[in-house]
Design a protein around this ligand. Structure first.
Ligand code: ASP
Length: 429
């Protein structure tokens, strides 16, 4: 693939996003033209399945490595007042975000009437575990069994324990232990980079996989499948707008700052996030905004913004909630109340584990689906619905990354104000 010459050079040189979107559009167009084309469907189905298998292959390693690195990178010694406040703020707004996502999803019910399961094989009866059992089952009795079986919540639970312990040991008084912990940390950091590289390769296949999955949907369903896709996009953006105007502006106001000023100042990072679709990539712009336009001291934003770009993804949380509802509806198995309870938990945790790079949220969606018994690998209808979401991921990613960043900015500003670390002259300018 590094040899970008010959027949495939055009493929690898063109923009990946354009290719994925192209796969979606071509899949839809050909699917609509060739209605109920059984031969084409049987040829393309394995190509779609291959994509789903590749995704499944990376999801557990992505969760394990990025969560361990994410939690271990929070240095306990820096967790002073600022750290505790910002973590509470980030968790609180992520929790509100998933509630917003589920509310919008329940009101708008995206994906209803799509009936992917009816168009396909029988869907297995979904088990809806009771909430208390789900909570207990978060603690694995054998973490390695959880890893191997792909049990998402127990995996996350163990990785968080491991990550926090690692964070403490990296600051241990004994040098021997400090060095060992640092080596362990570096190992996981390296492993995370390696798996992101693999993710990149899998994504090179995404356009073909998406084409195959979407072709099958449209060939079986006809043009009616468009409506639900537009519906889910609108639902996600409504959720994001509510989070912006009600939650962030509301909190800004509550802490005695002007929401109008906040919105004006936050424009540049918000736009940068929209076009780059990367929280990490936006960091330089958000840091400059925090300092030059908001007057927050470096001691605060130097910690809160990088941390936010790693663990605070409110836009992604909203997206996860709404897309879970979409996919469950699309296969004719709407999420029950207790399943939604599980989504609250997994979406918040998944957003913490989401890397601040383009498209990371879509991988985490697999994990949220898995946690409510919607398995992409064993259920063809779920795979098709997921393929549809993936086809429009770029559009959804722009909006959610924007709100991920606005969430970090609002937390930074509010903690700065609470700590008296905000230059009001700069803010009032
Ligand atoms: N692109 C997002 C970010 O960088 C993560 C996601 O895909 O949800 O914040």
């Amino acid at each position: 693939m590094s040899e970008k010459s010959g027949l495939f050079s055009f493929y690898f040189r063109s923009n990946l996003l354009v290719r994925i979107l192209g796969g979606l559009i071509l899949g839809a167009v050909f699917g609509i033209i060739f209605q109920h084309a059984d031969t084409a469907i049987s040829i393309l189905t394995p190509l779609g399945d291959l994509f789903i298998r590749l995704l499944k292959m990376i999801v557990q390693p992505v969760i394990i490595f990025s969560l361990i690195v994410g939690t271990a990178s929070i240095a306990p010694s820096r967790l002073g007042r600022v750290g505790v406040k910002i973590i509470i703020f980030y968790l609180f707004t992520s929790f509100i975000a998933i509630i917003v996502g589920l509310l919008v999803g329940n009101v708008m019910q995206p994906g209803q009437g799509l009936d992917l399961a009816g168009a396909n094989a029988v869907v297995k009866e979904l088990q809806s575990p009771s909430l208390i059992n789900t909570l207990l089952a978060i603690v694995p009795t054998n973490p390695f069994e959880a890893f191997a079986k792909g049990d998402v919540l127990p995996t996350i639970c163990f990785c968080i324990f491991f990550g926090i312990a690692l964070a403490f040991l990296r600051e241990h008084s004994e040098e021997r232990i400090r060095i060992a912990a640092d080596t362990t940390y570096k190992f996981f950091e390296g492993a995370a980079e390696v798996i992101y590289k693999v993710v990149g390769w899998v994504m090179q296949y995404a356009p073909i996989g998406v084409f195959a999955l979407i072709f099958v949907v449209f060939s079986k369903q006809g043009a009616e499948a468009f409506g639900p896709l537009v519906g889910v996009t609108i639902a996600v953006y409504i959720g994001l707008v509510i989070q912006l105007f009600v939650v962030y502006c509301g909190l800004t106001f509550l802490f005695g700052l002007s929401p109008i000023k906040f919105l004006k100042k936050v424009r540049a990072p918000m736009l940068t996030a929209f076009v780059t679709r990367s929280s990490n990539g936006t960091l330089p712009v958000s840091m400059e905004t925090a300092e030059k336009l908001m007057g927050v001291s470096k001691g605060v934003y130097g910690f809160t913004l990088p941390l936010g770009a790693t663990i605070n993804m409110d836009g992604t949380t909203i997206y996860l909630g709404i897309c879970a509802i979409f996919i469950a509806n699309a296969i004719g198995m709407p999420l029950t109340f207790s399943q939604q309870g599980v989504v609250i938990l997994t979406a918040v945790l998944a957003s913490i584990g989401t890397a601040g790079v383009p498209g990371a949220g879509a991988i985490m969606l697999l994990m949220v689906l898995e946690s409510v018994g919607l398995s992409v690998s064993s259920n063809q209808a779920v795979a098709m619905a997921y393929g549809m979401i993936l086809g429009i991921d770029a559009i959804l990613d722009m909006g959610r990354t924007s709100m991920n960043i606005v969430g970090d900015m609002s937390g930074t500003m509010i903690v700065g104000k609470l700590e008296g670390e905000m230059d009001m002259e700069v803010w009032n300018k």
